[in-house]
Design a protein around this ligand. Structure first.
Ligand SMILES: [Zn+2]
Ligand SMILES: [Zn+2]
Ligand SMILES: [Zn+2]
Length: 238
């Protein structure tokens, strides 16, 4: 066991050198790959020079496996809004389609509802069929699992939606004495005194990046390094 440990550490420290050699790396068994993927950080993986992809995909596949087996990381689809989310996010995230519920402490709840039939493995196979690499699949899934909190809209959001802090660039205009008005930017209806929304933010037609506090700085920098892989485009008002 100790020898395996030493061997794994040695390989992880010298991976760039090993990849330069022409030796056959298919001899590495699943267990060894798993140990290597646990030892290496994502930043080390992304810094790897592996042009012919002899190891990178295999290591990312193993990293994805262990990511998905962690507590609360099971991914499911919301049966109300259709979004994918990890179970650990359910009490933090706001479902745009859920009925508002106010608990006994006066806290506004609008939670996603897990649908029973969702299979993450099928979903991953679908992404692979679209020719996404294991690295790309890993970061897509990671972006669904990890969440941050925005200090501007005061909502928690999935890292995949970093750029989705929505707003309307022009304020709504109301005719005198009317409770209903309209946003000039997108024509969306505005209600002067809207009790039905509870604490939930109305989704605007434009979006900018959510603003996070120092507590989320590490996660934010992780997203910033591979934003193209993690983030989904903003779909506009709903
Ligand atoms: Zn939902
Ligand atoms: Zn608008
Ligand atoms: Zn925000």
């Amino acid at each position: 066991q100790n020898l395996v440990r030493i061997c794994v550490d040695f390989m992880c420290c010298n991976l760039d050198e090993i990849l330069k050699m022409t030796m056959d790396l298919n001899c590495l068994d699943q267990d060894l790959l798993k140990r290597m993927s646990t030892t290496l950080t994502v930043d080390q993986l992304d810094a790897l020079h592996d042009r012919r992809d002899r190891l990178l995909s295999k290591l990312y596949m193993k990293k994805l496996e262990s990511l998905l087996t962690q507590e609360g990381h099971q991914i499911t689809r919301c049966s109300l809004c259709g979004r994918l989310f990890a179970l650990k996010g359910v009490d933090r995230l706001v479902c745009p389609s859920a009925k508002i519920f106010i608990d006994f402490r006066g806290k506004v709840l609008a939670e996603h509802v897990p649908s029973a039939g969702f299979d993450i493995n099928k979903h991953i196979l679908g992404l692979r069929a679209k020719k996404l690499s294991w690295r790309e699949v890993y970061w897509k899934v990671w972006g669904l699992i990890e969440t941050m909190h925005c200090v501007v809209c005061d909502q928690s959001f999935q890292c995949s939606e970093l750029g989705h802090c929505s707003y309307c660039p022009s304020p709504p205009s109301f005719s005198v004495g009317q409770n209903r008005g309209v946003y000039a930017c997108c024509g969306a209806q505005a209600i002067r005194f809207d009790s039905s929304a509870g604490g939930r933010q109305r989704r605007g037609c434009c979006a900018r990046d959510h603003a996070v506090s120092d507590g989320d700085a590490e996660t934010l920098s992780c997203v910033a390094k591979r934003r193209q892989l993690v983030c989904l485009p903003f779909g506009g008002a709903e």
